[in-house]
Design a protein around this ligand. Structure first.
Ligand code: RIB
Length: 306
């Protein structure tokens, strides 16, 4: 089973012609609400791609928290280790999207910040039995770092999506099997300006020199690079007309882990994840934009033919 430890934030989406400037009010054309949060998106993506998934996190005792449980039940995600926290609200994200698919996101983390190192220790049995454990950085850093160190000590493969990026302690890098930063996160971690394939490879090398086994640096429409264990490879992204890129990195992460869980070689899992994430950007939203396994398969076949 893939275990994801992370955040749930309901997403309140407002789509309009353009994003507001500072101090400005703009009128949006449409509104909708959907599940989100980087951890939750990754869990839902992996489950939708056919992997068995357990999600560990905290949500509030409110309507949004109940919606999260309904989503997990619908997607077959194990949620017996999610805690309902009566002291605060479920995480909330306000997502503004313009007509070109650019977004601005503000998150009030609420219950996500109450996930503690002790909560992780209480899930030791589930973590020790995991195929791999995925983390992101929308919970308290000390909780995430503790989880990564603990899983590493138990010999369980760890996957870190360092989003939103914060500096990582040096001793953490050797505890990470795969790190998946985007261009911005890679720059924050490494100090290297990542703009293209070559600079992404340099950032990947920096991360591997620090001790991670593999660095998978994503570059949006320029694809992704994999660095590690003596290799450096570039994976182009399929061309699509993107209308909303929100959560594309999360969908990539979930699809990638689901691919590995199916025992796909790493290259194939990356290619699969690139197609899943690209397809997701052609719809507005995150959860509702996650394609099915069959849709990704058909898109890959068209891509291979074209
Ligand atoms: O990566 C996208 C996610 O980031 C959104 O679902 C939003 O909740 C924020 O956490």
């Amino acid at each position: 089973m893939i275990v994801i430890i992370g955040s749930y934030n309901v997403g309140l989406f407002l789509k309009g012609r353009r994003l507001p400037g500072r101090g400005e009010t703009v009128i949006a054309d449409s509104f909708f609400e959907s599940g989100g949060g980087k951890g939750s998106n990754q869990a839902v993506s992996a489950a939708t791609m056919g992997a068995p998934v357990r999600f560990i996190g905290r949500i509030g005792d409110d309507k949004y928290g109940k919606d999260a449980f309904a989503l997990y039940r619908e997607r077959g995600i194990e949620c017996d280790r999610i805690q309902v926290d009566a002291t605060t609200h479920t995480g909330i994200s306000i997502i503004l999207i313009d007509e070109d698919g650019r977004n601005m996101i503000s998150v009030a983390p609420g219950a996500n910040l109450n996930l503690t190192p002790a909560d992780i220790d209480h899930c030791a049995a589930e973590l020790r039995a995991a195929f791999c454990v995925g983390f992101q950085l929308e919970n308290r850093p000390e909780t995430v770092f503790h989880g990564i160190r603990q899983c590493h000590a138990w010999g369980i493969p760890t996957f870190l999506d360092p989003a939103p990026a914060v500096p990582l302690p040096d001793d953490l890098y050797p505890c990470i099997n795969i790190i998946k930063p985007n261009e911005t996160e890679a720059r924050i971690l490494t100090g290297i300006e990542v703009t293209d394939r070559d600079s992404a490879i340099r950032a990947g090398r920096w991360l591997c020199d620090k001790g991670v086994r593999h660095a998978l640096v994503t570059l949006g429409e320029l694809g992704a690079v994999l660095v590690g264990e003596g290799r450096e490879s570039h994976f182009p992204a399929p061309k699509v007309d993107a209308i909303d890129t929100t959560g594309a990195g999360d969908i990539f992460a979930g699809a990638f882990l689901a691919g590995l869980h199916r025992h796909a070689p790493m290259d194939e899992a990356i290619r699969f994840a690139s197609f899943a994430a690209a397809l997701a950007t052609t719809k507005i939203g995150v959860v509702n934009a996650i394609p099915t396994l069959a849709e990704v398969g058909a898109f890959m076949q068209r891509g291979a033919a074209g």
